[in-house]
Design a protein around this ligand. Structure first.
Ligand code: DAH
Length: 351
């Protein structure tokens, strides 16, 4: 019996040594320790032995068992390592390979401008906020100091939606990003520095107006801000956006119900060979509006106008994109024309 156990140990160690994969190793383990395995059988046989034999054979069985288990475990970790290395080698990729970015398609100029503006505004410490595209009359107009029957409501060429009104009035597609100002003020305590970028909608259609367009809206609420800071900020943002040291921006006195004083922001351009060249020339394009927040707007946002002041602007993203990338007709942005996208689109690697 003892000699048999030695033989079993010898053949087992030999098999384990020769074994080249984990499945086979498991086979060996089952053949030795399984329900009908060789060691298991030997254990069963113990009961037929005398007390004395039991002691010596039992001790031998235990010794053989622990040597085989140790060897099995060592071999198993070794084979696992080899399999892992094989797997890693087969999944190897060269991260230095050049990428064919065009196979991912093109970044639309509007998306590109989105990320450019967001990067610039984050640099001043502005936080990004979002509001819904489907707004209520209350947020879109009332909080912006345009109560019911205010003439400015009709000037907005609003798309009203055929869905039930709620406590905030009729539902509509927001005509500007300004209602996000109120949502930010209601959710946060001043001082505030917020911006949002998003879609806006008006029933209007020609070369410089599309029924859907995008705006960037910015709001600062602090104890001591006014027109001087606002003008500096807008000019500085535009200089960064256009990568220019000098840029002529015109602030034209204007009227918005939500700001007092208010100004429209125009940017200088000329047309050379059918392309818009900005920064110089005799033409001006309006890119948005700005002003010092009306006390009623601050009040609607839960802010005390005797303690805080707000400055805000709303600029058209398509207008900015047109000036920077030379697209004269805004309608092109939304026509899904593949050829146009190939000409004016950007590589995903440019973002
Ligand atoms: N909401 C205005 C519009 O869509 C733009 C605007 C003007 C936004 C003045 C502002 C502002 O924040 O201060 O025409």
């Amino acid at each position: 019996m003892l000699a048999e156990l030695d033989k079993l140990l010898g053949s087992c160690l030999f098999e384990i040594d020769r074994c080249k994969d984990l499945k086979k190793l498991e086979g060996i383990r089952v053949a030795v320790f399984g329900k009908n395995g060789e060691i298991t059988e030997k254990m069963k046989y113990l009961k037929n032995l005398s007390q004395e034999e039991k002691r010596s054979v039992g001790a031998k069985i235990n010794e053989v068992k622990s040597v085989i288990i140790e060897k099995l475990n060592a071999k198993s970790s070794c084979l696992e390592m080899i399999e892992l290395e094989k797997k890693l080698a087969s999944e190897k990729m060269d991260v230095s390979m050049p990428v064919n970015a065009q196979s991912f398609g093109y970044i639309h100029p509007i998306s590109k401008v989105f990320s450019e503006i967001a990067t610039i505004l984050s640099g001043y410490g502005f936080r990004f906020a979002e509001g819904p595209d489907i707004e209520s009359e209350y947020f879109n107009f009332d909080t912006m100091n345009m109560p019911e029957y205010h003439p400015a409501r009709t000037m907005h060429d609003t798309f009203y939606l055929n869905i039930p009104a709620d406590e905030h009035g009729r539902k509509l597609l927001r005509t500007h990003t300004s209602p996000v100002e109120t949502r930010c003020m209601l959710k946060n305590k001043p001082p505030l520095r917020f911006f949002t970028i998003g879609r806006t909608f008006r029933s209007d259609y020609d070369a410089t107006h599309t029924p859907m367009f995008d705006q960037v809206e910015m709001l600062v609420v602090e104890k001591d801000v006014g027109m001087a800071q606002l003008k500096w900020l807008i000019k500085d943002i535009l200089k960064k956006f256009f990568n220019l040291e000098k840029l002529s921006v015109r602030f034209r006195p204007s009227f918005f119900p939500f700001t007092e004083p208010s100004a429209e922001v125009d940017i200088n351009y000329s047309i050379v060979n059918g392309k818009m060249i900005f920064g110089a020339g005799d033409k001006w394009l309006e890119i948005g509006g700005c002003g010092v927040s009306h006390p009623n707007v601050l009040k609607a946002g839960g802010i005390d106008p005797s303690k805080y002041q707000g400055i805000a602007f709303g600029l058209g993203i398509e207008r900015l994109a047109s000036l920077k990338y030379g697209v004269p007709d805004l309608r092109n942005y939304f026509e899904s024309n593949e050829q146009w996208r190939e000409t004016f689109g950007f590589s995903p690697m440019d973002l």
